[in-house]
Design a protein around this ligand. Structure first.
Ligand SMILES: NC(=O)c1ccc[n+]([C@@H]2O[C@H](COP(=O)([O-])OP(=O)(O)OC[C@H]3O[C@@H](n4cnc5c(N)ncnc54)[C@H](O)[C@@H]3O)[C@@H](O)[C@H]2O)c1
Length: 254
């Protein structure tokens, strides 16, 4: 059994979706600092993804950027094929890519609903379906899914997002049961985080105010969520299975 006190990820490869910005970016850096080789998945963020890869490699780490729309099964397969050429296996999968939309439920179109569910939930299904067979074959692996506190709380004008994130939690628990003990599947349900996703450009002032009405009265930094991802990716969390960790400033107290 590995040393319980190991946050060291040397010898492991981590694939992080939507890693060019925000929480994914911070997680890629954190896992790389812990010694993991890092695959930076992105969509249309070539410059930011390559800057991140350069930063990791300049610090002595290993990293690759691969563009793929993780809501598209064919694009996911192509990414995995591309990845096989550089890294032998994915040991850690962080399903982080996501989008959000503030929209009254009755104004939400079918296309908007489908897009939200495809990017925020189906992508997790597609990525897990692509990566888990390798983990099963090797008898080990870790999956960390980024859900949201809103997947637990629900929020007016965010029905599609909340539904998708609640789905991520259900998928996490189901996969945790199906693939234990060899593979550990857990989720993180962050509270509000200071990234492009939560801004006055993407949300109303009322929603931002609501997001801040939590006991800690502030947004998290992306690094605070990345710290939880590092914990779940490491052997330190080896008895965690199907759990939803909540770095949320007190928005949810189960
Ligand atoms: N910011 C918050 O307050 C908050 C709170 C709870 C959960 N989350 C979740 O954290 C995750 C990261 O969000 P963030 O806050 O860092 O915002 P962000 O917008 O910086 O990051 C999301 C990333 O996903 C990428 N992406 C979107 N669609 C994609 C696709 N189809 N394929 C590949 N990549 C795609 C984007 O390009 C972007 O880089 C999301 O799943 C989000 O729902 C965020």
């Amino acid at each position: 059994m590995r040393d319980l006190n190991r946050l060291n990820l040397e010898g492991r490869t981590a694939l992080i979706t939507g890693a060019a910005t925000g929480i994914g970016h911070a997680t890629a850096l954190r896992l790389a600092q812990a010694g993991a080789a890092v695959v930076v998945n992105h969509l249309g963020r070539t410059e930011q993804a390559h800057a991140l890869v350069d930063r990791i490699t300049a610090a002595g780490g290993r990293a690759w950027a691969i563009e793929a729309d993780v809501s598209d099964g064919r694009a996911v397969s192509a990414m995995l094929a591309q990845l096989a050429a550089v890294a032998p296996a994915v040991d850690i999968l962080v399903n982080n890519a996501g989008i959000i939309q503030e929209k009254p439920f009755l104004d939400t179109t079918e296309a908007e609903w489908d897009r939200m569910l495809n990017v925020d939930l189906k992508s997790v299904f597609l990525m897990c379906r692509a990566v888990l067979p390798g983990m099963v074959a090797r008898g080990q692996g870790v999956v960390v899914n980024i859900a949201s506190d809103l997947g637990i709380l629900g929020r007016a004008n965010f029905a599609a997002y909340c539904t998708a994130k609640a789905g991520v939690i259900g998928l996490t628990r189901s996969l945790a049961r199906e693939f234990a003990p060899a593979i550990r599947v857990n989720a993180i349900a962050p509270g509000p985080v200071d990234t492009a996703m939560v801004s006055l450009e993407s949300m109303s002032a009322e929603t931002i105010e609501l997001e801040l009405a939590i006991p800690q009265r502030r947004f998290a930094q992306a690094e605070e969520i990345a710290a939880t991802a590092l914990f779940l990716a490491s052997d330190l969390s080896r008895f965690y299975c199907g759990q939803v960790l909540g770095p949320n400033g007190g928005s949810v107290m189960p």
